[in-house]
Design a protein around this ligand. Sequence first.
Ligand code: FPP
Length: 249
Amino acid sequence: MKENINLSNLPKHIAVIMDGNGRWAKKQGAMRIFGHHHGIKSVRETVEGCVELGVKYLTLYTFSTENWNRPKLEVEGIMQLLIKTIGEEVPDLNKNNVRLKAIGDLDSLPKSARKTLQDSIDLTKNNTGLTLTLALSYSGKWEIVEVTKKIAQQVKSGALAIENITEEVFASFLATEKAPDVDLMIRTGGDHRISNYLLWQLAYAELYFMDDLYWPEFRKQHLFGAIYEYQQRERRFGKTSEQLPSVKV
Ligand code: FPP
């Protein structure tokens, strides 16, 4: 499948909703946290696949604002898993020239998770290949409200005039900063929804829903399959087919 991918038409930014860990674990007769642990292998494969191809931005929905409402034991399990994994992965991230970032209400994370995260972000900040962003305690509506507050502050202080608020100005305040909008959004686990993820950045994303696959089963070949399918789609951005430049393969 990798050979079929056109490297000159890669999605610049891929976002993933890693869904189905709990159901996968249940199928094995195990606790939900078992599924999250197995999801780490899928994360590694996805990062490696992006590095191999040269994708520049990968954003993973790791923990949503709404996930705080899960049973306490599961939330603690996910936080411990995060701390352990993020710390352990730094050498591999550096080896692969991957820069780690995080978006979300990071102040709401346990102190130990915040520290490991910040250390790993600092240790990888000079890497120039893939930017791997973890969305943690994140929701798209939260992000839009945060941007609104920042813009309101600037207007209030006189730094920004209302008539100068454009889409570009708005986007410059987003947590994803300089990352381009998402080109391809992949969701495993069978649900066909966006679940409050990157609401602004997904405006023109191609959506790829995997009906028969839970996140712990996701492998590089699935990533390559999704990218291949993305390349078969015509992205018109509101134009007609005839107005589009013909893509040379
Ligand atoms: C969704 O499956 C998964 C999560 C809420 C957690 C995902 C976290 C990981 C895979 C760990 C990632 C770690 C790093 C370092 C990126 P679900 O629990 O909603 O599954 P269900 O829909 O079957 O209940």
